[in-house]
Write a protein that binds this ligand. Structure first.
Ligand SMILES: [Zn+2]
Length: 208
C-alpha cells in the first residue's frame, strides 16, 4: 500500500501552501497532487472543500476525470508559482492585473450563491447566510484553489512573501511576524538544518 505523507501547511496563506504542494521535505520530492486522489486529499486537508462534496464528486467522476483535473491543478500551480516568484519582494503594481487574466477567467466560471442555513448562536436556534457554489463537475474543484490564489493577490503584501532560505528548499511563505524576520519554512525542517550547519562550522573554526 502506498503511504501518503500529510501535506504541508506552513505558508500562513493557503494560496501559497498550494504552490508548496510539491516539495522536498526530506530527500525525495513529493507531489501531493500527483493524481486525482492526491488532489482530493490535499483539498480535504486544506479544508477548502467540504468532505461530503469531495465524496460525491469522487463517486460521480468518470474514469480519469479526477486525474485530468489534478493535471489542470498542477498547471495552475506552476503558472502561479511563476507569477509569485516574479513579483514577490516588492508591492504588487497595478499593471500586474493583466497577467492575472487566466485566474480571473477561472473565477468567472464559478456558479456561487448564498443560502440561508440553520445556525445556532448564543444558545438559541437561528439562521446564517452561507456562501456556497454549484459543484457541477470535478473541474469545479479548481474554484476554491483559484479563490485561495486570488486572496494571495488581494490580501497579502507581496513585499512580505518570501522563499525559505534553506539552500535546497523551494517553499514559499507569507511573513506575518511583527519584525518581518521569518527566514525558514519551518524551524523543524530548514531552521534546524541551518542551526546545525552553523554549529558545525563553529566547531571547524575552533579546530583550525
Ligand atoms: Zn525550507
Amino acid at each position: 500500500m502506498q503511504s501518503h505523507p500529510p501535506a504541508m501547511f506552513i505558508a500562513d496563506s493557503l494560496g501559497l501552501d498550494f504552490i508548496n504542494s510539491i516539495a522536498t521535505p526530506v530527500d525525495t520530492p513529493v507531489d501531493w497532487i500527483a493524481d486525482g486522489g492526491g488532489l482530493l486529499r490535499w483539498l480535504a486537508q486544506a479544508k477548502l472543500v467540504p468532505s461530503g462534496v469531495l465524496d460525491e464528486l469522487a463517486a460521480r467522476a468518470q474514469p480519469g476525470e479526477l486525474d485530468d483535473v489534478a493535471g489542470q491543478a498542477r498547471d495552475l500551480r506552476e503558472w502561479f508559482r511563476g507569477f509569485v516568484r516574479k513579483h514577490r519582494g516588492t508591492p504588487l503594481a497595478p499593471r500586474a492585473l493583466r497577467e492575472l487574466e487566466p485566474l480571473n477567467r477561472l473565477l468567472a466560471s464559478d456558479q456561487a450563491f448564498s443560502r440561508i442555513v440553520p445556525h445556532r448562536h448564543d444558545d438559541h436556534d437561528g439562521f446564517a447566510l452561507e456562501r456556497t457554489r454549484r459543484w457541477r463537475s470535478a473541474e469545479t474543484l479548481l474554484l476554491p484553489i483559484g479563490e485561495a490564489m486570488a486572496r494571495v493577490v488581494c490580501e497579502e503584501s507581496f513585499s512580505d512573501i518570501k522563499a525559505c532560505e534553506g539552500p535546497a528548499c523551494t517553499l514559499m511563505f507569507a511573513d506575518h511576524t511583527r519584525a518581518r524576520a521569518r527566514r525558514w519554512c519551518s524551524m523543524a525542517i530548514c531552521g534546524n538544518r541551518a542551526k546545525q550547519a552553523a554549529h558545525r562550522s563553529r566547531i571547524k573554526d575552533r579546530g583550525a
